[in-house]
Design a protein around this ligand. Structure first.
Ligand code: SF4
Length: 669
């Protein structure tokens, strides 16, 4: 264990890891304004919401109807795919028809591989999005060694292909997004920078430098990944590199790609997007869900709206001039192991039952623990909580082995079984303690108690850290910075309380607040609490406990700190999609959702699919009508499988790799 002699001051620990105006005070990053069809984007304007159509771009009527629904749901820009010149041309019909119907929403053409489609679209719509990984580069998933000369020649070739688009954009007043995707970095970039945030940033900067050379500044940048941790690191690094190179502060488009659907998709999006918004980064948000696009804008809006009054609502946080940890590369804070927390243990989940009275075994089903009368045993599912906090009312029966209980200190002092139940102490109780647990004591602290940190140097203490500051994540992070700088290595459980029990809001807010800490390697556990109305009955309260539990595990999974479920990396679908993504995802999920930790990519097309599912273990990719290719990692292993056999073939593949097991039926009362 570290001692006070090992400590360094916080200012000494801070390196030049700058990426935000402030890490303690809400302050939006200052950007230039980019004009997009009369709806300007940048820090002088509100953070914008956008989404993308899923209808075939050649279906004019269907596209128009969908764009109208998207605008009604809150979209301020609408992106439409233009895979070839004919779709790019049809954007004109879609745009005209929308104008006839009174919809002036700026349209964005989404381009991959086809500079000629981009050049046409740039004459028609308000903005084009290009992917620097495939605008002029081909991706063959080959590891090619480039000499410096070859690398420069390739760059020159890209330049020649890209300059015409810049000239057209300048002439027509069209904006551009240079949108890097983690999964589709070119072979050239991969050869030099690997599959890294730095490679993502450099991929965009190569194109941006050419834009600046031509004095073209109507540019928005994005750094998307399906892995929120990589995505956060890449955006931060981008800002740092822009400043370091003296490039203009271009607006940022935030998004987590292939986030999936439902609660998991929302949590993954919030971990990535919310973390950046907390630090004032981001000028437009697109949430990518495998759901109809009308469902995306309200999620983006809910994420953005938290910052409208953030400055006025926040309490001051003691300032720091930078980050004492490397914000561009994940590293978990080193902590000592206390019981089963910290050290190399996965982050733990604590269920807050302080407002719920437990009197029967069945009550624990809501938090993943099931009693089986025959053979008189407890079973736990993948979301089986690690601890239950019962405050003043200990559980009146013996708990399963995998579940431990936390009670308030004064109650713990009266218990006979002090071995399987652990105390939660206030700071005053910790200071004046006489008897404590030899194994594990939780001490509740507020993130403002920076001066009390040295009192936490002990072998059996875990902090339960809370804040009542509206600028919650930075307040909690500030405490973590201080612990890091002072070398105090006790584990910390993040405790957040929300005055909403609404699952949608709770998942977005908790994923932002806790996810923002986890992506920086902070946090050895999560406890989520909601202020429950007194009128709720026990059944309602147990439902809320189940939601909180699922959200807690979901956040840990999204931050890649504890995998407890199958990970689905499913694309949101677009005009290129070759099958019904929502239906197919549901079908695959139904058969595979017990495969804890296995990552399955479900992609609508071959053009982007294989690249976008960068870190999936298996891929299910549409390659033609009723034709699916199956991937193991980045390798195609089965080609042109008909859709009716593809899920069985996918399962056969997982079985070949010994990663399959049959789902367990739990029949509990
Ligand atoms: S992977 Fe999905 S969202 Fe991306 S281009 Fe293909 S079909 Fe469209």
């Amino acid at each position: 264990m570290l001692t006070l002699n090992d400590t360094v001051s916080l200012q000494d620990a801070i390196k030049s890891y700058q990426y935000a105006n402030s890490l303690t005070e809400y302050s939006r990053r200052k950007t230039i304004t980019v004009n997009i069809g009369g709806v300007p984007m940048g820090s002088d304007y509100p953070i914008r919401v956008q989404s993308m159509t899923t209808v075939d771009t050649m279906n004019t009527e269907g596209s128009v109807e969908q764009v109208m629904r998207m605008v009604e749901s809150g979209c301020e820009y609408v992106r439409i795919t233009a895979p070839s010149v004919k779709e790019a041309q049809n954007l004109e019909n879609i745009r005209k028809e929308l104008r006839v119907r009174g919809y002036t929403v700026p349209l964005v053409a989404d381009i991959h591989f086809t500079p000629n489609a981009a050049e046409l679209a740039a004459r028609i719509v308000e903005k084009v999005r290009i992917n620097p990984g495939n605008y002029a580069d081909k991706k063959r998933f080959e590891l090619i060694e480039y000499t410096e000369d070859e690398y420069q020649r390739e760059l020159e070739r890209i330049r020649e292909k890209f300059i015409p688009l810049i000239k057209i954009c300048k002439e027509y007043g069209t904006a551009m997004r240079i949108g890097t995707n983690h999964g589709s970095l070119s072979d050239r970039i991969m050869s030099r920078y690997g599959d890294s945030p730095l490679g993502m940033v450099e991929s965009a900067l190569e194109f941006l430098r050419i834009c600046e050379e031509f004095n073209y500044h109507e540019v928005v940048l994005s750094m998307k990944s399906s892995n929120p941790v990589v995505m956060v690191e890449a955006y931060r690094l981008l800002v740092n590199r822009l400043d370091a190179e003296g490039l203009k502060p271009y607006p940022l488009h935030l998004g987590v790609t292939e986030a999936g659907e439902g609660e998991d998709g929302r949590i993954k999006s919030a971990v990535g997007i919310g973390t950046l918004l907390e630090d004032g980064l981001g000028d437009t948000v697109r949430v990518s869900l495998t759901e109809d696009p009308e469902f995306e804008a309200p999620v983006a809006r809910a994420l953005i709206d938290r910052y409208t009054h953030r400055s006025q609502q926040s309490k001051p946080i003691q300032a720091v001039s930078g980050s004492p940890i490397n914000p561009f590369q994940y590293s978990r804070r080193k902590t000592q192991e206390v019981y089963n927390l910290g050290g190399s243990n996965v982050p733990r989940v604590i269920a807050d039952f302080s407002q719920i009275n437990i009197d029967k075994y069945e009550d624990l089903r809501s938090i993943g623990h099931y009693y089986l009368p025959v053979p008189d045993k407890w079973k736990m599912n993948d979301l089986g909580v690690d601890f239950i906090y019962t405050a003043q009312q200990p559980v009146p029966f013996m708990l399963p082995m995998g579940l431990k209980e936390i009670v308030d200190y004064e109650v713990w002092l009266t218990l006979k079984d002090q071995d399987n139940k652990f105390p939660l102490l206030t700071w005053a109780q910790w200071q004046n303690k006489t008897t404590v647990s030899s194994k594990l004591n939780f001490v509740a602290l507020n993130a403002t108690q920076l001066d009390d940190i040295q009192g936490l140097i002990a072998e059996n203490v875990v902090v339960l850290l809370r804040t009542d500051n509206a600028h919650a994540m930075p307040a909690l992070r500030r405490f973590m910075f201080e612990l890091t700088a002072k070398g105090v290595d006790c584990p910390v459980v993040i405790h957040r309380t929300y005055d909403t029990a609404q699952a949608d809001e709770l998942s977005l807010f908790a994923a932002t607040d806790c996810g923002g800490l986890l992506v920086d390697g902070f946090g050895d556990g999560i406890m989520l609490s909601a202020q429950l109305e007194a009128s709720l009955n026990t059944e309602n309260k147990l439902q809320i406990a189940a939601q909180q539990n699922s959200i807690g595990f979901g956040i840990l999974q999204a931050a890649r700190t504890r995998m407890s479920k199958t990970e689905y990396i499913s694309c949101p679908s677009c005009g290129r999609t070759l099958f019904d993504l929502q239906e197919t995802t549901a079908m695959i999920r139904k058969r595979t959702d017990h495969l804890k930790g296995v990552k399955i990519g479900i992609m609508g097309c071959i053009v982007n699919g294989p690249g976008e599912m960068a870190d999936a273990d298996y891929g299910y990719v549409g390659i033609g009508k009723d034709k699916i290719s199956l991937y193991r990692g980045q390798q195609v292993v089965k080609k042109s499988v008909t859709a009716d056999k593809a899920v069985d073939e996918l399962i056969a593949l997982i079985k070949e790799d010994d990663k399959w097991f049959e789902p367990e039926e739990i029949e509990a009362f």
